[in-house]
Design a protein around this ligand. Structure first.
Ligand code: PEP
Length: 252
């Protein structure tokens, strides 16, 4: 019922020609994959060029961030509508690196979520606790706050265009993947939160991705969990061979 998604977050890596080369390698190898959405999120400058490269293929484009305003005096920012114009179908919002390094608040993230939806794209909305929050027992409160505030004001219909990514901060870029039980427990908790805010169908239909050191050797175990609907992949999405293996996770 929930079609899996494998999304690669390329972060601040790859020139336009490197990005095109990687996408071409991916395209050839995933041409037969139809039971999974495949997304890559390159840097802003590569988006428009990659849009023509991926046209008609199985690969779709995401941006890694956007500004909530539609236009105006926001030097250095990019609006959701401009990202759609560049060929994006998805925007990642609320990544922990944005929250931690750029001070993004739940309110600001909520405004971005709404801007992406207003522009007619899907949002990949990231949440996740730090190690300190997990160790101190605050994890579930943190996740509840992030989900409640980040999705504030959305209705059931809007939620059809929202994908949630659970990304424990301590697992991002560290090689320390959450255990399948830790990941599944967090996903069940997040799905339960949706039940409190929206109709039952939102709880059942919203896809929740896991992110944090997903690699070819751990993806199968994660994807075997009932509430893990895909992966948001950082480091391993930069190597064609690894990302292809992740897209080809073992179906149950
Ligand atoms: C990410 O950047 O969203 C991520 C999950 O990174 P990594 O896979 O490298 O941990």
């Amino acid at each position: 019922m929930r079609k899996p998604i494998i999304a690669g977050n390329w972060k601040l890596h790859k020139t336009i020609s490197e990005a095109r080369e990687l996408v071409q390698q991916l395209q050839e190898s995933v041409a037969d994959v139809s039971d999974c959405e495949i997304i890559v999120a390159p840097v802003f400058t590569a988006l428009a060029s990659l849009a023509s490269t991926v046209a008609g293929s199985k690969i779709q484009l995401a941006a890694q961030n956007c500004h909530p305003a539609t236009s105006g005096a926001f030097t250095g920012e990019v609006s959701a509508a401009l990202l759609k114009d560049a060929g994006c179908s998805y925007v990642i919002v609320g990544h922990s690196e944005r929250r931690q390094l750029f001070g993004e608040t739940d309110d600001f993230i909520n405004a971005k979520v709404k801007a992406v939806l207003a522009a007619g794209m899907q949002v990949i909305f990231c949440v996740g606790e730090t190690l300190e929050e997990r160790d101190s027992g605050a994890m579930f409160d943190v996740l509840a706050r992030q989900v409640r505030e980040g999705l504030r004001g959305l209705d059931n219909d809007a939620m059809r265009h929202v994908i949630i990514a659970y990304e424990p901060v301590w697992a991002i870029g560290t090689g320390q993947v959450a255990s399948v039980d830790q990941a599944q427990d967090a996903h069940v908790f997040i799905r339960g939160l949706l039940a409190g805010f929206f109709d039952k169908c939102v709880e059942e239909q919203t896809r929740i991705l896991y992110g944090g050191s997903v690699k070819p050797d751990n993806v199968d175990g994660l994807m075997a969990q009932g509430d893990i609907d895909g992966a948001l992949v950082g480091g391993a999405s930069l190597k064609a061979e690894d990302f292809i293996r992740i897209v080809r996770f073992t179906r149950q």
